[in-house]
Design a protein around this ligand. Structure first.
Ligand SMILES: [Zn+2]
Length: 277
């Protein structure tokens, strides 16, 4: 163990690994400093992660969050069902048969989206195809037919990003101001979700939960965290901080996360840490 912290070292003593860690950490929280094109933000952030060691549950929750953010575009009920089943699967509330059926339905929906005819085809085909394709992502890794694709780590994360980004472009992939605005806004949401779910993957020390916070005040903290998770009532993150503080928590990272204006979704690192997920 080195006796001096990296901060106290002179620049020439900093190892290349430490320089890379600092660089990734900076870009993770300030992607605008790294990207020349804001619509690539979320995809570039994936590149900083060691995606072969990512938690599978969190990966799936990210794909679900991306799909839920374009819910208005996912019109086919088979595609919506796939996302719902993926959500239930994570909670241990969906059988493998349900998963198989839901994925089959979602794949059929994607095929059907290509075959739309007439004027609707012109206007909606690209958006509906990409949105149905995105809805397959939360279940994909469970499909043996995709096993070769999954030799590539985090394939479904890249896939859901690219498909949702194109789905929100009203005119498909053509470059124009409206499309660009929609894609940038989607990329910013996804970047926020990556930070919410994976926290700071480059931190030297990860925040830990003191067990006494969980038992204080009759277990108020885990009870509230559970409710927020189950009901997706993330507006109550500030209330969760109040309960944590009352239980004796003084961790700045946790406070900033609960009180900040960033996005929270299922998989939020603070909620997961409290619930031990
Ligand atoms: Zn969060």
């Amino acid at each position: 163990m080195a006796e001096t912290s990296p901060i106290e070292q002179r620049p020439e003593e900093i190892s290349p690994e430490e320089l890379e860690r600092r660089d990734f950490e900076k870009k993770w929280f300030n992607p605008e400093s790294a990207s020349t094109n804001p619509e690539n933000t979320s995809l570039e952030m994936l590149g900083y992660l060691k995606s072969d060691s990512l938690d599978k549950r969190k990966m799936r929750l990210f794909t679900i969050a991306c799909c839920r953010n374009i819910w208005h575009l996912i019109k086919d009920k088979r595609s919506r069902e796939a996302v719902e089943v993926a959500d239930r699967f994570i909670e241990g509330k969906a059988t493998s048969q349900e998963v198989e059926d839901a994925l089959e339905g979602a794949i059929d929906a994607t095929y059907d989206a290509i075959n739309v005819t007439g004027s609707e085809r012109q206007e909606n085909m690209l958006s509906s195809w990409y949105s149905t394709r995105a809805a397959e992502c939360p279940l994909e890794r469970l499909n043996p037919d995709y096993s070769s694709i999954y030799s590539k780590p985090a394939y479904e994360l890249q896939s859901v990003i690219m498909n949702t980004m194109t789905a929100v472009s009203p005119l498909g992939s053509s470059l124009n101001e409206i499309n660009n605005k929609a894609r940038v806004s989607e990329a910013m949401f996804q970047a926020d979700c990556l930070r919410d779910i994976f926290g700071n993957p480059f931190a030297i020390e990860q925040p830990v939960i003191d067990p006494t916070w969980l038992t204080a005040n009759g277990g108020a903290v885990p009870r509230l965290a559970e409710t927020i998770y189950n009901e997706r009532s993330f507006k109550d993150m500030v209330v969760l901080w109040d309960a944590l503080e009352e239980a004796g928590c003084t961790n700045e990272e946790i406070r900033k996360h609960c009180q900040g204006d960033g996005q929270h979704v299922r998989g939020c690192w603070v909620i997961d840490l409290i619930l031990g997920r």
